[in-house]
Ligand binder design. Sequence first.
Ligand code: CFM
Ligand code: HCA
Length: 532
Amino acid sequence: LQIFKDEVITKYPKKVGKKRAKSIILSDIEQTPEIQANVRTIPGIITQRGCTYAGCKGVVLGPTRDIVNITHGPIGCGFYSWLTRRNQTKPTTDEEANFIPYCFSTDMQDKNIVFGGEDKLKQAIREAYELFHPKAIAIFSTCPVGLIGDDVHRVARHMMEEIGGDINIFGFSCEGYRGVSQSAGHHIANNGLFKNLIGRDDEVRGSLKYRVNLLGEYNIGGDAFELERVFEKCGINLVSTFSGNSTIESFENAHTADLNMVMCHRSINYVAEMMETAFGIPWIKVQPIGARSTAKMLRKIAQYFGDQELIDKVEEVVAEEMAEVEAVREKIYSKTKGKLSMLFVGGSRAHHYQDLFEELGMTTIAAGYEFGHRDDYEGRRVIPTIQIDADSRNIEEITVTKDATRYNPRKTESELQELNKELEFTEYKGIMDQMEKGTLVIDDLSHYEMEKLIEMYHPDVFCAGIKEKFCVQKMGIPLKQLHNYDVGGPYAGFKGAINFYKDIEMMVGANIWKEIKAPWESDAYVEAQYAC
Ligand code: CFM
Ligand code: HCA
């Protein structure tokens, strides 16, 4: 795999090659090498990345069903983030609000760019309120909003006064260009959640026992539904999920839980940290992608609460669910064993899905994030050594202190210390901890590097997103979208693992890919006709 690195680097202009070399790393578990991450993409390179607005609106706030999320900007921004992520939701009654199927946008025109768009935004809020009477309205800034200086926060305050009553209106300065990727948008969204929603409702609903939050789960392809099923079966009380299948009430109530579980570290670690400081809720990293990892998560929860009743129930559920999973896995294993996978996705799935491939006996020979930070690669222990650059400084840091009335340590210091040996509070070891020595870890993979990887190593499956999908398939390699799961899912939890095994078996076992020849491979001239 070193040959890949050398070949790619020498092809680039010298300066570019030097910079890319710092983001293309050969894994070595024993002495985790440093990787360059969360820096600007080099202009001219085709990146997989998206923008800050996408991370804030599309990713973190988008899945909450009863907030009217208004995109202040040109229609394309709202349209692009309109359900393409396949984030699902299920209101508990027919009367409950559900705005997920709608796409709210101010549809900014040239006129608004020249003369300002605040009036149009106010009008959009009025209209949304009159039509839907939502409990909350959120405003998301796109690039032109920042460039012309519209103040979405002032508009939010103004409209709260105008409408009056209980309505909560808040804005996000998540202009697309504000950070180097979606990642800045996550941070901005987390700050907004904390300032505007978390901790506003002290009523303790449901059972007092085993109260947890799941952070960084977005119900893509129904993942949250499967996890909710598993928690319910175990008698674990899921107070809130950030933000798959979520509601405003669940966010406002989240501080009544006793444990935070972080699934996608990249997008939500800020909320976990802030809630620990303000309310005294400890957090652990969990990984419910993969059947064995799901069982591990459940056992961790049981150990945290330390109640024999829960410990026994979890063992019973794991035994029952794993029997079903293993029966399917055993049938499939001989067809997937020894196959090669490559994963280049977002900021956490390139890591999480390696567990599912391991369960299938497959090896991940190259993986990386679009926008992970060094801690997502090397582990959180490197956080103090990460240099803060101008792009990171551009994102608001909010100061959080102990909440005067709600701070309540869930465990004593010595209890935490004892549990820490197994549970590893506030810890994430990153993707490099899992990857075999000598495999490739690449940050912000370029299109050229992707083509080279395929040409040189012919993986049996390549995992990425829609921009890569058809290019890769034209090269004769099946591509699994690990963002929206194509049309599949859920893939989380036990039933999700079964779905994944079956989908991957189909993909790596299909001979069709070897038969595919692009038309230009046999004839360089391709005739085409316009159909009128
Ligand atoms: Fe977290 Fe996500 Fe991901 Fe992400 Fe995303 Fe996503 Fe993703 Mo697409 S929050 S980092 S910004 S797990 S939308 S649900 S699939 S890139 S790997
Ligand atoms: C986003 C959303 C995305 C895009 C996926 C893709 C998603 O980053 O704006 O490129 O296919 O999961 O839908 O990550």
